[in-house]
Design a binder for this molecule. Structure first.
Ligand code: ADP
Ligand code: MG
Length: 325
C-alpha cells in the first residue's frame, strides 16, 4: 500500500483486561526482527501490555515477567523467536546500549521497548508504535491506545484493521476463525463459526500490484482481466443478486484492504464424491444461456461510482488458454 500517512489503530481500554486483550491481538502481528515501542507516562500500562504480549507469545499465561525497570533487559524464549523486553528509562545515552549487549540480544528477536526515545537511532526494524494514554475523567482504570505501523508493519496493521472492520460491521467479530484450503487464486479464506453454529466466510484478497509485462507490453493480470482488488467481485456479486441469481450475500466489505464477510454456501460441490453431477452441470449451462439472453448492464454502480465490466476478449481468452499447453 502506498499510503503516505501511517495507519493508526485506536482502541478504548476501559479495563486492564481490555489492555491485555489488545496485547494478545497485537501478538498476532509481530515476529522476529520487529520492533514494538511502548510510550506513555509512568503507570500508563506499558509493562502491563508487554507482559500480556509476552505471555501470549510464549504460550505461558503464568510466566514470571518482571518489569525491566532495573535490569533494563529481560529476555524470553518462544518456539519461534526470542523476545527482548527493555525499559530504557534509566539510559542516559544511546551508547550505553552497546554495553548491555543490545545487538546480540536483539538479533532475530522481537524487541519490545519502553522509553524507546532514550535509544536515539539505535533501534531498527519494522516498527509498531504503541502509545498509551490515561484519562482521569474517565476513571483510574481507563486507558486509550494509539497503534501506528511503519515500514512493512504499516501494511500488516492496515490488513489487521481491514479484517477487524468487516468482522465488526457484519457482527461476526466474536466468531471462531479457521483457515480454509485456498482456491486457484491468490485469495485466502477463513471459515467463521458463531457460538450458535451459524457460519460465514471471510474472504482475504489484498490489492495486488501488477506483475512484469508478459505480452504486448502488458502484465498477465491486465490481459486476462484479473481483478486487481475486490471491487469487481463486490460489483458483480451484487449485480447477480439483483438479477435474482444465487450469489453470496456480502455482509460487509472493505475495498481498500480487500476483506469481505460472505454468506456461506456449505461444502457441497458441483462434482460430488462419486464424480460429476451432470444435472448440476446442465443447470449451470442453462443459467449461462439465460444470462446471455438477458439485457445486462455494461457498468455497475458501486461505492458511489461505477464499475465498467471489461470485455472478455480474444487476448484474454488466448492467454488463459495458453496455460493449458
Ligand atoms: P508503565 O509500564 O507504563 O509504567 P505499568 O504497566 O507498570 O505501567 O502499570 C500500569 C498500572 O495500571 C498497573 O498497576 C495496572 O494494574 C493498572 N491499570 C489499571 N487499568 C489499566 C488498564 N486499562 N490498562 C493497563 N493497566 C491498567
Ligand atoms: Mg514499565
Amino acid at each position: 500500500m502506498n499510503s503516505v500517512i501511517a495507519p493508526v489503530w485506536r482502541a478504548e481500554l476501559p479495563t486492564e483486561a481490555a489492555t491485555q486483550g489488545l496485547a494478545r491481538e497485537v501478538a498476532a502481528l509481530v515476529g522476529a526482527d520487529d520492533l514494538v515501542t511502548l510510550s506513555g507516562e509512568l503507570g500508563a500500562g506499558k509493562t502491563t501490555f508487554a507482559r500480556a504480549l509476552i505471555r501470549r507469545l510464549t504460550g505461558d499465561p503464568e510466566l514470571e515477567t518482571p518489569s525491566p525497570t532495573f535490569t533494563l533487559l529481560q529476555i524470553y524464549d518462544t518456539p519461534a523467536f526470542p523476545i527482548v523486553h527493555a525499559d530504557l528509562y534509566r539510559v542516559k545515552d544511546p551508547s550505553e546500549l552497546a554495553e548491555l549487549g543490545w545487538d546480540e540480544a536483539a538479533e532475530g528477536a522481537l524487541v519490545l521497548v519502553e522509553w524507546a526515545e532514550r535509544a536515539g537511532a539505535a533501534l531498527t526494524g519494522d516498527r509498531l508504535d504503541i502509545a498509551l494514554f490515561t484519562d482521569a475523567r474517565r476513571g483510574a482504570d481507563y486507558r486509550r491506545a494509539e497503534i501506528t505501523g511503519h515500514g512493512a508493519m504499516a501494511a500488516r496493521l492496515l490488513s489487521k484493521r481491514g479484517a477487524q472492520s468487516v468482522l465488526e460491521r457484519s457482527g461476526w467479530d466474536e466468531a471462531e476463525r479457521e483457515h480454509l484450503q485456498g482456491d486457484a487464486s491468490s485469495r485466502a479464506y477463513e471459515l467463521l463459526t458463531k457460538a450458535s453454529g451459524e457460519k460465514a466466510l471471510l474472504m482475504i484478497s489484498p490489492p495486488r500490484p501488477d506483475g512484469p509485462p508478459v505480452r504486448f507490453g502488458k502484465p498477465y493480470s491486465a490481459i486476462a482481466r484479473l481483478a486487481e482488488n475486490i471491487l469487481p467481485f463486490v460489483a458483480v456479486d451484487e449485480a447477480l443478486r439483483a438479477q435474482d441469481l444465487s450469489a453470496p450475500e456480502i455482509y460487509a466489505s472493505d475495498l481498500e484492504t480487500g476483506f469481505a464477510v460472505l454468506e456461506y454456501f456449505g461444502t457441497e460441490g458441483v462434482a460430488g464424491p462419486d464424480g460429476p453431477n451432470f444435472e448440476r452441470y446442465a443447470q449451470a449451462a442453462a443459467l449461462l444461456a439465460q444470462l446471455h439472453a438477458r439485457d445486462l448492464p455494461e457498468s455497475l454502480p458501486i461505492d458511489g461510482g461505477t464499475y465498467k465490466i471489461p470485455p472478455y476478449d480474444l487476448d484474454a481468452l488466448l492467454i488463459e488458454a495458453d496455460l493449458l499447453p
